[in-house]
Design a protein around this ligand. Structure first.
Ligand code: TYD
Length: 153
């Protein structure tokens, strides 16, 4: 099992899409093991986007991520990191495949609805950044045996 971080960005919150996006993850069979709203600030954004702080678009990205609270989610499943990245789609919504979240809901490179961890290592770092100890709650999914074959879990 893997656990990955998803952020429902202000573009999702403001457009009233929180429920629709959460529904996509639930119906795929990903288990929500952590979820909360939080207001991001510059310190956490500089950490989270440390690979982008020197880019000319960083101030605008940071402003977009502070516009409203975000919803932080910890999603668990077999190969969850790859599965969730696949559901998220290409960064630029205009280039993202239809059927992905960005390809279905975004026309933008920046206002692209969701963040999803891009590797197992980054997922661990990002989950620790957004969730305190005890906020990720592991529990048995009542229908686990109908979500996976017995040799997959
Ligand atoms: P990045 O980590 O490259 O992509 P992803 O979110 O798909 O992992 O970029 C992080 C965020 O930075 C991206 O979701 C939106 C923003 N961004 C811009 O605003 N402009 C850009 O040109 C790029 C590449 C990203």
């Amino acid at each position: 099992m893997e656990t990955t971080l998803v952020l429902l960005k202000p573009s999702c919150v403001n457009r009233g899409l929180i429920g629709q996006i959460i529904n996509r993850f639930e119906r795929r069979g990903l288990q929500i093991v952590g979820m909360k709203m939080m207001q991001l600030d510059d310190a956490i954004l500089r950490d989270h986007y440390s690979h982008l702080v020197d880019k000319p678009f960083f101030p605008s990205l940071a402003a977009s991520m502070k516009a409203t609270p975000v919803v932080a989610m910890a999603l668990q499943g077999v190969e969850a990191v790859t599965v969730v990245r696949g559901m998220t789609g290409y960064t630029n919504g205009r280039k993202a495949d239809p059927g992905t979240i960005r390809g279905d809901y975004s026309m933008s490179n920046q206002q692209n609805i969701v963040h999803a961890s891009d590797s197992i290592d980054n997922a661990a770092v990002e989950l620790a950044r957004f969730f305190k100890p005890g906020e990720i709650l592991n529990y048995k999914h009542a229908l686990a045996e109908y979500m996976y074959g017995s040799d997959e879990i």
